[in-house]
Design a binder for this molecule. Structure first.
Ligand code: NAP
Length: 285
């Protein structure tokens, strides 16, 4: 397939200078025979989001990805919102159909596909989730959809963690604790998977990690860090050295990108090209 038509895409957020999305999408567009498709950085601070949304329509963008701090606030300006995004309360992908904007959350699909690729079955599992922000919400919904047996949230702010747990009580067995509490330490002892959704350990703060004792986890528990830069965070390195299987955030990033691309263009991108592009950047090749 090839197209000489110009189509515009972008990533809307602040800051976005570090985003790998332009590289990932541009490589996939080129491979698919769309050399005139553009994917650009759309840095936009809070306060003027309405004008950015009008810009998406009036400049005829086919779609945008949305990141911090607009994932929730953008919802009020959209014409329709997909059911996953409604439950999560956050949108990371907006598709423009001739001025009609629809919001989606592809983090759920990315997270669940990454688990499937790692051969981890979330059904009936006990999942421990670190952090209570936007990504934690998407992950909680993914776990609930797959009927995880039990979900324990651990965070530095127990009030925020409890509020998140309350939002999902109707969908699954969810509890929350201060991650330094004895109750949380006890919960770690029966976990099948521990998922870090905080930015602790992300570049440039690569010496940070969440304050949890991985030795409490049962043998064989999967330690999953959704941070993708660096590819092996301090949390994952510690887990690997203790003998636990590990999974980083690269596959979730790729697979949520795959889903957004499919929503934008109705076809699947060349995943090999996308993965090679990301790995080249992440490994400085
Ligand atoms: P967010 O909404 O800001 O939530 C961050 C969470 O981490 C909050 O619970 C926050 O706690 C906690 N946190 C932040 N700094 C902390 C610190 N120094 N100590 C303890 N807790 C801290 O962010 P998000 O959108 O959920 O993203 C979180 C991370 O996931 C980022 O690193 C992002 O790059 C990554 N991510 C990866 C993918 C992927 O595809 N692989 C997708 C989405 C996100 P408070 O509420 O107390 O501030």
């Amino acid at each position: 397939m090839s197209s000489s038509e110009i189509k515009n895409f972008g990533i809307l957020g602040y800051p976005v200078g570090h985003s790998l999305s332009p590289h990932m999408y541009m490589a996939a567009f080129k491979a698919a025979g769309f050399p005139n498709y553009n994917y650009t950085l759309l840095p936009m601070q809070t306060g003027k989001l309405y004008f950015a949304v009008e810009g998406i329509k009036n400049l005829d963008f086919r779609g945008v990805n949305v990141t911090i701090p607009h994932k929730t606030t953008i919802m009020q300006y959209l014409d329709a919102i997909d059911s996953d995004a409604l439950v999560i309360g956050a949108v990371n992908t907006v598709v423009n159909d001739g001025g009609m904007l629809t919001g989606y959350n592809t983090d759920v699909a990315g997270f669940l596909s990454a688990l499937a690729e790692a051969n981890f079955l979330p059904e009936e599992c006990h999942a421990v989730v670190l952090g209570a922000g936007g990504a934690a919400r998407a992950i909680l919904w993914g776990l609930c959809k797959k009927r995880a047996g039990y979900i324990t949230i651990g965070a530095r702010n127990p009030i925020k963690a409890q509020a998140l747990a309350n939002d999902f009580l109707n969908h699954g067995n969810v509890e929350s604790f201060d991650w330094l509490s004895d109750e949380f330490k006890e919960a770690m002892q029966t976990a099948d998977i521990l998922i870090n959704t905080t930015p602790l350990g992300m570049f440039p703060n690569v010496d940070d990690m969440p304050p949890v004792d991985l030795k409490l986890l049962p043998e064989g528990a999967l330690v999953y860090d959704i941070v993708y830069n660096p590819a092996e965070t301090k949390l994952l390195k510690t887990a690997r050295e203790l003998g636990y299987p590990t999974l980083n955030g690269v596959s979730m990033l790729l697979l949520q990108g795959k889903e957004s691309y499919r929503l934008f263009l109705g076809e699947t991108p060349d995943m090999k090209i996308m993965a090679n592009t990301l790995n080249k950047i992440l490994h400085g090749e």
